[in-house]
Write a protein that binds this ligand. Structure first.
Ligand code: GRF
Length: 218
């Protein structure tokens, strides 16, 4: 069966991109990365893509001052030229307009470093620590016009441990991100995940219903 063509949008480090590159290196993985697109020419993730032989493009938002639509039309054109079927935001640091989000409706997903709907926005780890939550985590969701909102595809929870600072917590969450982004893409690529209204339904979803993550455990 043809593999689902991904477009991955980045602005920086690209460790989630790397997780997708690693997953797609397996010929049995049902998706392939057709294009990595960055709004920053110096994004480290572009080098990761180049090393893996994946086509890259840069659409610099600063080339379109005050004209978000032109910036997004340029990105949209690159994605369509590459035959992209599913767009994955992976540390892409520009807010997308309703126009772009609607154009890719239900074919645009994002990874966010919190258990949504808690802690939308930036500095999620510091805010989770300040709130004293015992469990934190990450979410892959379908993008809707409002920031960090939209139907949830996969979540992973991690414990907040005594002595954590935002860096140790971020590292624990990031390891979980690298597990769930390839999983979420696989669910779409296999046709097992579909958006029904504002929820995602997953055929044959398997979870161990007895395995609650309890923190502290005793
Ligand atoms: C990740 O924490 C992701 O959840 C958030 O931005 C960060 C990107 O990291 N949206 P990377 O560029 O994938 O390493």
């Amino acid at each position: 069966m043809a593999r689902l063509k991904l477009g991955v949008l980045i602005s920086g480090r690209g460790s989630n991109l790397q997780a997708l590159i690693d997953a797609a290196a397996d010929p049995a993985y049902p998706a392939t990365i057709a294009l990595v697109l960055s709004n920053k020419a110096d994004a480290a993730g572009l080098q990761r893509a180049a090393s893996a032989g994946i086509p890259t493009a840069v659409v610099d938002h600063r080339a379109h001052p005050g004209d978000k639509r032109a910036f997004e039309e340029a990105m949209d054109a690159e994605l369509r030229r590459a035959g992209v079927e599913l767009v994955c935001l992976a540390g892409f640091m520009r807010l997308l307009s309703d126009w772009f989000v609607e154009r890719w409706r239900d074919r645009l997903i994002n990874i966010h470093p919190s258990l949504l709907p808690s802690f939308k926005g930036l500095d999620t780890h510091a805010r989770a620590l300040a709130a004293g939550v015992r469990l934190h985590g990450c979410t892959v969701h379908v993008v809707r016009p409002a920031m960090d909102e939209g139907p949830i595809v996969v979540q992973a929870a991690v414990p907040v441990l005594p002595g954590d600072d935002e860096h140790t917590l971020a590292e624990r969450v990031l390891a979980a991100e690298h597990r769930i982004y390839p999983l979420a893409v696989r669910l779409f690529a296999d046709g097992r995940a579909r958006v029904e209204g504002e929820r995602v339904v997953i055929d044959g979803a398997a979870a161990d219903a007895g395995s609650a993550l309890v923190n502290p455990a005793r």
